[in-house]
Design a binder for this molecule. Structure first.
Ligand SMILES: [Zn+2]
Length: 418
């Protein structure tokens, strides 16, 4: 990289002031923020971001899916655009770093490059993707940009149809606009997202930067254990066909099995319903949602078949019937190899330690990776906490991540992939 680029650094004071300012918008008073998509707090954060873009002399852009951007045009005509960013919405009662750190770092990168008067052959765009956390559709803004949403998806959104319509109305958006936000991949040079790790690995190994290699694959099933309803006081214990026992035994055994035999994988049962659901009736039916994640496709497949076999075994042991209804499966996604190399070189050139990591969570980068080369930079999360007010990243690590984002941006924008 040219010398005049390599000395460029984020403006630490301005970046921190901005981060503190946005942390107050929707503050939950305990260190966290409550900014679900298109809530009053989220709309206020979007207005604040727009103001900061305009104050910096960047061009403000809004697309039909509600994505907010600051744009820095280069002098070349028809140049592609390098996207940088993340999201300003949060889960209810979430942390202040998740998403906001990446959006503000992207804005700061554009400001530093703009002030330095660098003439890059690539346009730069700092983007805040709408509804990443799933209050309405989930990853709505990035999916709209990638052209991955259809009218059918909007008819049955994750958060329900009325929440979507209400949210769009509040933000001054409409469904046709969402579908129009699709970008032509030939206009994009790539995408970089800085994000907190949301897990404990970087902190445990005292490392500065995580280079994301893969987004974990995920698979979901609805498992229904069926036995027989009986009087809870008169039916002897050995004569019961209690569906809750099959489900409980399965949940405990699945947790032990994945902990011991499937390193880097997870299993979660986040919902169990017992029917008929009264204190004096032996449960006839136990219905649960099984979610499993693995960083490689073969492991995901093996985990899926092993857990289904385990559920069958536990149903048989308790003399229950098992129905396994497949919901969905998404294979792991690899981040662009060239962009991974750029991030590694950026971290090394700044004297920062780094390691390859897979991501156990979903991010906008995974979606944008469908249409252009994309990469993610992780910084440590204290105690691995996230989606909680306990979420915390020391400021030194936030600065390191933002400087890696700046350095990687300069490398990508000048096409120095290696
Ligand atoms: Zn996030």
């Amino acid at each position: 990289m040219e010398d005049k680029f390599s000395d460029l650094r984020i403006n630490a004071e301005r970046f921190q002031q901005d981060f503190e300012a946005i942390s107050h918008i929707g503050s939950s008073g305990d260190g966290g923020v409550d900014r679900p998509a298109f809530s009053d707090a989220h709309l206020a954060a979007r207005t604040w971001f727009r103001q900061r873009i305009e104050d910096a002399g960047l061009t403000f852009r809004l697309d039909g899916a509600g994505n907010h951007s600051g744009f820095l045009k280069c002098s070349a005509e028809n140049a592609p655009t390098l996207l940088l960013g993340s999201h300003l919405d949060s889960v209810p009662k979430g942390g202040r770093f998740d998403g906001a750190l990446g959006v503000l770092a992207a804005l700061e990168v554009l400001r530093v490059i703009h002030e330095a008067g660098l003439h890059l052959p690539t346009n730069l765009e700092a983007i805040d993707f709408s509804d990443e956390e799933g209050r309405l559709v989930g990853l709505m803004g990035s999916n709209a940009v990638a052209g991955s949403l259809s009218e059918k998806d909007l008819a049955k959104p994750a958060g329900g149809r009325s929440a979507l319509l209400d949210g769009l109305l509040r933000a001054g958006l409409n469904e046709a606009g969402i579908l129009s936000a699709k970008r032509d991949p030939s206009t994009l040079a790539g995408f970089l997202e800085l994000h907190i790790e949301q897990g404990p690995r970087l902190e445990q190994e005292s490392l500065d930067i995580g280079v994301v290699t893969t987004m974990t694959g995920i698979c979901l099933y609805n498992l229904k254990f069926t036995g027989r309803a009986d009087h809870s006081g008169t039916t002897p214990m050995h004569q019961r066909l209690d569906a809750s026992l099959g489900a409980s035994n399965f949940v405990l055994s699945a947790s032990t099995m994945v902990t011991e035999k499937f390193l880097n994988c997870t299993v979660n049962v986040g919902s169990i319903e017992l029917m008929p659901g009264a204190s004096n009736i032996v449960p006839q039916c136990a219905s649960l949602i099984l979610e499993l994640r693995a960083p490689e496709l073969d492991t995901l497949n093996r985990l899926e078949s092993t857990l289904l076999e385990l559920a069958n075994h536990k149903a048989g042991y308790h003399k229950l019937k098992l129905e396994a209804e497949f919901i969905e499966k998404h294979p792991p996604n690899t981040m662009d190899i060239g962009v991974q190399g750029v991030i590694r070189n950026a971290a090394s050139s700044l004297g920062l330690s780094h390691i390859n990591l897979y991501s156990g969570a979903f991010h906008d980068a995974e979606v944008i990776a469908r249409i252009c080369p994309a990469g993610m930079i992780f910084v440590p999360s204290q105690g691995g906490a996230s989606h909680s007010p306990r979420e915390f990243t020391p400021w030194k690590d936030c600065m390191n991540g933002a400087n890696v984002l700046l350095n990687a941006t300069l490398r990508l924008a000048t096409s120095q992939i290696n």
